[in-house]
Design a protein around this ligand. Structure first.
Ligand code: HEC
Length: 96
């Protein structure tokens, strides 16, 4: 019984995080990368269908990752907390 409750709350929490990821993405990323992550005009490539978004976003934040236009992304992730970054990253990696 207790195990079932714990499992239910874990499932509840992860779907909540997915919803937050979608919300954060829509508010902070979609304008450039498109609602579906397939916009290619800004970054030169779509972010949907990729993987490793967490490492990339952390890399932008700490200056270890990026291309010619990395200043744009650095400005976007600078104000995000670690938990917001990991929530958004999971969402980005789920975009196909
Ligand atoms: C103002 C436009 C803009 C916004 C807003 C923006 N991006 Fe970007 N994004 C870019 C540009 C430009 C690049 C390419 C930067 C470079 O040269 O490294 C990029 C690159 C990326 C990459 C790396 C692609 C790769 O594989 O090289 C990821 C992942 C990414 N953005 C995710 C996000 C997420 C998540 C958000 C929201 C928090 C976001 N972006 C908000 C413009 C934007």
């Amino acid at each position: 019984m207790v195990k079932k409750l714990v499992l239910l709350s874990v499932i509840g929490l992860s779907s909540l995080m997915a919803a937050n990821g979608a919300k954060l993405y829509a508010a902070k990323c979609a304008e450039c990368h498109g609602g579906d992550g397939k916009e290619t005009s800004v970054a030169g490539k779509a972010i949907a269908g990729g993987s490793g978004a967490l490492a990339k976003l952390n890399g932008y934040k700490n200056g270890t990752f990026g291309g010619d236009q990395k200043a744009i992304m650095q400005a976007n992730v600078a104000a995000l907390s670690d938990s917001e970054i990991s929530t958004i990253a999971s969402y980005v990696d789920s975009l196909k």
